[in-house]
Structures are given as structure tokens and as C-alpha cells.
Design a protein. Structure first.
Length: 247
């Protein structure tokens, strides 16, 4: 009987230890947090734009009296719908779930099923973020992959004065709009063997920008297919470059 009590006591101590350890890890920021938020706005004539999004606030956001850079992440076509967990499949939301700590606010909206990214909705969402959170408006960045890569280009073209830099991945854009963003810091990524979005979709825009004197950066992975994002988002040099960009 005494032996059984000792065994139970040991189990209790072990359980208490793991509870304390879990609490410590959570409080220390080793488990990064993303919260689900809802955005809805009336555009005109009772037309509403709405989206769920994931919001990540950097460590120190609540305690430090300062403004923070903001990164807008746009997912690809496979993550559309109403299940917000899908947005965590790739890119920054996945990195956050795995414990990566970004030094800025990360906003990751979800595009409705069978739809394309609405540039109006994204612009209004960013306006809402600036009004509600401590955002450094000289350091707002966009990145996106595949469908989100196209949208990153398009959003920058539509609102070139809003952004400090963009990182489109395996996307593309119409080269005729290159003059609108020739002064914007850009680092694009693509797989040379991409059979979903041809390399030329991004390459043509990059070449047009270079022809205008842009300092655009372009990384092509020779053996990569459509998944250029795994290597791109694992590139620490890209994140250092992005963090250094200001309007």
C-alpha cells in the first residue's frame, strides 16, 4: 500500500512538472500564437466584402510602446474556403505554427472558395489593420504564393505607394505595368520546372523592371517545380532583406 502511494505521488510530481514546463514554454513565446479574426465591410449598394484571417502579433507587442512592421501573406488556390486551418499549410502561417517568431505583425487572410483575391478587400483589410493596430506604415510588406503570388504583384500595382517591399513566389504579372512599381523593392522567386505557373509569367515582369533600371531581385530554383515557396520562405537572407526595407 505504501509503495502504491509513493508511485502515485511520483506520477503527481511528474504531471505537475510537465504542466509547469508547458506553462513556461507558452509564456516564453516558444509556442507562437495566431488568432482567427473576421473582417467585413460594406462597399456600396449593400455589397459586402468579408474574409476570415489569421493574425499574429510579435513578442513584445503589448508591452513595448512602438509601431511594428506588417506582413500580408496571400495563400494559393488550394487554401481557399472557410476552414481557416488550411491557411497554415504553407508560408509564414506554417512557420508561425512551427514556432518561428517574426519581428512584425503577420496578417494571413483566406480567400473564399472558387473566388480570386479581391484587391479592394485586401486594401480595406490593410486599412483596418492600420487603424486597429500599432502598424508602422512605412514598413508594410506583401508576400504570396501561386494565386497569392499573382495577387501580390497586382496589389502592389494597384496601390504602389502603400508598400515598402513585395516578395511574390511562383506568381506572375503583366509586364506593361512595370513602370508603376519600378522603384519598389521586389524579390521574386520561381521554380524553373514549374508546370503550373510557367517561369515566363514572372520572368517577363522581372525583365521589364530591369529594363527600367529597377533593382529587382529574382531567384530561380533550377530543379524546383511549382513548390518554390518552401525554399523561398526558408531563405533567411530573404527575411533579413525584407526587414531592412522602408518606404
Amino acid at each position: 500500500m505504501k509503495k502504491d502511494l509513493i508511485t502515485v505521488y511520483h506520477y503527481i510530481l511528474r504531471f505537475s512538472f510537465y504542466v509547469l514546463l508547458f506553462t513556461f514554454i507558452c509564456n516564453s513565446g516558444l509556442f507562437a500564437q495566431q488568432t482567427k479574426k473576421y473582417f467585413k465591410v460594406e462597399k456600396s449598394n449593400d455589397v459586402f466584402l468579408e474574409s476570415y484571417f489569421l493574425l499574429y502579433l510579435p513578442e513584445g507587442y503589448d508591452s513595448l510602446d512602438q509601431q511594428w512592421p506588417l506582413l500580408l501573406f496571400l495563400h494559393g488556390s488550394g487554401e481557399r474556403g472557410t476552414m481557416i486551418e488550411l491557411v497554415k499549410k504553407h508560408g509564414p502561417p506554417k512557420m508561425i505554427e512551427n514556432g518561428y517568431q517574426f519581428p512584425y505583425i503577420v496578417v494571413s487572410p483566406q480567400c473564399p472558395e472558387d473566388q480570386w483575391w479581391s484587391l479592394d478587400m485586401l486594401d480595406m483589410l490593410l486599412t483596418e489593420m492600420v487603424q486597429r493596430y500599432k502598424v508602422d506604415t512605412t514598413r508594410i510588406y506583401i508576400t504570396g504564393l501561386s494565386m497569392g503570388g499573382y495577387a501580390a504583384w497586382q496589389l502592389a500595382i494597384a496601390y504602389p505607394d502603400r508598400f515598402a517591399a513585395i516578395v511574390p513566389v511562383c506568381g506572375g504579372a503583366d509586364a506593361q505595368f512595370a513602370p508603376l512599381i519600378k522603384d519598389l523593392p521586389i524579390w521574386a522567386f520561381h521554380g524553373a520546372k514549374d508546370d503550373v505557373v510557367p517561369l515566363s509569367e514572372e520572368e517577363n515582369m522581372v525583365n521589364a523592371l530591369k529594363g527600367l533600371g529597377s533593382a529587382v531581385k529574382f531567384t530561380v530554383y533550377p530543379e524546383a517545380g511549382h513548390d518554390a515557396w518552401t525554399a523561398a520562405y526558408n531563405d533567411e537572407e530573404m527575411w533579413k532583406w525584407l526587414e531592412a526595407q522602408h518606404k
